[in-house]
Design a protein around this ligand. Structure first.
Ligand code: SF4
Ligand code: SF4
Ligand code: SF4
Ligand code: SF4
Length: 590
């Protein structure tokens, strides 16, 4: 009764939560234009997309992704063998236990008519699957808390996931162990099923179970007479063996039974098997009911993300489907930290204590943003800094085992924030190249907005930018500028420039203008020269500096090995730093 009631309650909660979570994929809004797409349009578009995929040749790709990436987790295997073992053991062991053990009356009985859980292969398999999960959990604890994989953060969800799985497994193993040692369990079975009434025969059977099955009897203790054991064996084989395999096959429970056997009688008197059964059932039901709200929900979401991104490929996605996909991807993240380990801007994270720089941590904040939750200016600022420092380098997307298109996600989040009018000075730094490539995706009238905002802020510090003629009396040599550039080994290469103009000749931005000097001010080789002379305002004020696409053509072609693009980066950073210090002071943050 308890089992049925708790199962139905948790199933109802699970299903309602599942519907709620899936519905949120159609409600949450991130990305360019997502606000304007209604939920019904998104549902319709998703159904259309799914049907057109299923009834096309893409079904083969879908099957391939399902086998290789969803079932066999090849994406994790490519990254790290230990993680793959951990994942396969937890995920595989748990699913097999669920199907064969928890749903035995529905699935196992239907498949094997003679299924008896205390007989092999079922008894051995149950323990094998349980042992797989335990080993997986031990590896997870080892990686997170002992090995301390760099930039792998553990939040409450991670701890809860490990904890609930550990409680389910340990309560199951100790339930099995206490049942092995409990005399009352043996007595009940002997009375109900053996059909014996002769005290001598009952004594022989009991002795055999004490010796071979680990039962702790209040009446009998080892050693036993060989004849009694032989008789007991005979009775066991005629009355019990049809339902009970040797307990050693249940190796985890048997091992635990050996450990607790000195306390066997007390365990039985305290009815511990019964309490452990309640604990095991409750833990399973709580785990089931809470699953859609927990990290474990990624079991569904990651699989869908892998399948969806597997068939989408490089195709242009309908805006409605992209909005839904990105909302779903937020649930697909397993918080495994692989992306953060490979992130190109992890060095920035070492300098700026903002966890939103790391992709694995940014996901949770973006989820809060997408849900429409009211975020404080400080939280928004942190997200904005995180997505803006991102270079859209694609490294996180390549390694993400959940197949999330993180590059696209960060781009869309950043554009959404920019459209909402959150100023970001760093918009002119590394992200410019990818943003340029994705120009078509942005709302055209807004494309220039952040650039203009940032330029105005810089211009407030650099008089040259405000002058129409761009001609200023040369500012005095600025030693701070040279000092700043000398901070990085790449940047200080500007001093090797001999003015050959190769960088300017190969620059696609320069090549884009009929009169580049007029549009851009100083050209790349001239900026190198200005840096050499320490002419700060002249360098900062050049439009070329801010229009640079970071394509690295100039740097690759320079015969002197000048790291032209890196010098431009450093100059921008120096300019932005000056402005940020003043702007952020007014926002209460330095
Ligand atoms: S795309 Fe952005 S978040 Fe991803 S690895 Fe590159 S810099 Fe890091
Ligand atoms: S985004 Fe992908 S790689 Fe990063 S933590 Fe989530 S699942 Fe792991
Ligand atoms: S290509 Fe190199 S050496 Fe030539 S002008 Fe440019 S930075 Fe100077
Ligand atoms: S990286 Fe060099 S070549 Fe490329 S746009 Fe910038 S200045 Fe021009």
């Amino acid at each position: 009764m308890f089992l049925k009631v708790s199962l139905y309650i948790s199933l109802v909660i699970f299903l309602l939560a599942l519907i709620y979570k899936v519905a949120s994929w159609f409600r949450y809004r991130i990305g360019i234009g997502a606000e304007k797409i209604s939920t019904s349009t998104r549902v319709f578009s998703a159904v259309k997309g799914i049907l057109s995929t299923i009834f096309s040749a893409k079904i083969l790709t879908l099957l391939k992704v399902f086998v290789l990436d969803v079932l066999l987790q090849f994406r994790i295997l490519r990254e790290n063998f230990l993680r793959w073992v951990m994942h396969i053991f937890i995920y595989g062991g748990f699913m097999l236990l669920l199907l064969m053990h928890a749903l035995d009356k529905t699935i196992t009985v239907a498949l094997w008519k003679d299924y008896i859980p205390t007989l092999n292969p079922f008894m051995f398999l149950r323990d094998l699957f349980g042992a797989m999960v335990i080993v997986g959990v031990i590896i997870a604890i080892f990686r997170r808390f002992i090995l301390k994989v760099p930039r792998l953060f553990s939040n409450a969800m991670d701890v809860y996931a490990i904890l609930i799985v550990a409680i389910i497994m340990l309560s199951g193993i100790f339930l099995e162990a206490t049942k092995m040692v409990a005399y009352s369990d043996y007595k009940r079975m002997a009375d109900e099923y053996s059909g014996l009434s002769d005290p001598e025969e009952l004594k022989s059977l009991e002795a055999y179970w004490v010796k071979e099955f680990g039962t702790i009897s209040p009446n009998l203790k080892e050693p036993f007479d060989e004849k009694i054991l032989a008789k007991g064996k005979e009775l066991h084989e005629s009355s019990c063996a049809g339902c009970h395999a040797r307990p050693q096959w249940a190796f985890t429970g048997y091992g635990a039974a050996k450990i607790i056997s000195p306390f066997g009688l007390g365990i039985d008197r305290a009815h511990l098997p019964r309490y452990l059964w309640y604990l095991h059932v409750l833990a399973c039901m709580i785990g089931l009911a809470y699953l859609p709200f927990s990290k474990m929900f990624h079991i569904f979401a990651s699989s869908i993300s892998l399948l969806a991104n597997g068939v989408i490929g490089k195709e242009k996605l309908a805006p409605a489907n992209r909005a839904t996909l990105q909302a779903m991807e937020l649930d697909a993240c397993t918080h495994c930290g692989t992306c953060s380990l490979r992130c190109s801007v992890m060095m920035a994270f070492e300098e700026i204590a903002n966890t939103n720089i790391l992709p694995s941590e940014k996901i949770a904040s973006v989820k809060a943003l997408a849900s429409g939750k009211e975020l404080s200016p400080r939280e928004l600022r942190h997200i904005q800094e995180g997505v803006t420092l991102c270079t859209n380098c694609y490294r996180c997307t390549v390694v993400c085992p959940a197949g999330i298109n993180l590059q696209d996600l960060w781009f869309h989040v950043r554009e959404t924030l920019l459209q909402k009018g959150y100023p970001e000075l760093l918009v002119l730094s590394p992200l410019s190249f990818y943003r340029g490539l994705m120009k078509e995706e942005t709302v055209w009238k807004d494309y220039e907005k952040p650039l203009i905002q940032a330029r105005e802020a810089i211009a407030a510090q650099c008089d040259l930018m405000k002058r129409k003629d761009k001609v200023l009396p040369l500012t005095p040599t600025n030693k701070t500028l040279q000092g700043g550039l000398n901070l990085s080994s790449q940047a200080k290469t500007f001093s090797a420039c001999f003015g050959c103009q190769t960088c300017t000749t190969v620059c696609p931005v320069v090549g884009n203008y009929k009169n580049p000097q007029e549009a851009l001010g100083l050209l790349p080789h001239q900026i190198m020269h200005a840096a050499g002379l320490g002419l700060r305002d002249l360098a900062f004020g050049s439009n070329m500096l801010w229009d640079c696409l970071t394509c690295y053509q100039c740097q690759e072609q320079c015969p002197q090995g000048v790291h032209v693009t890196d010098v431009l980066y450093e100059l921008k950073n120096l300019a932005v730093k000056q402005v940020r210090e003043k702007t952020l002071l007014s926002m209460g943050r330095k």
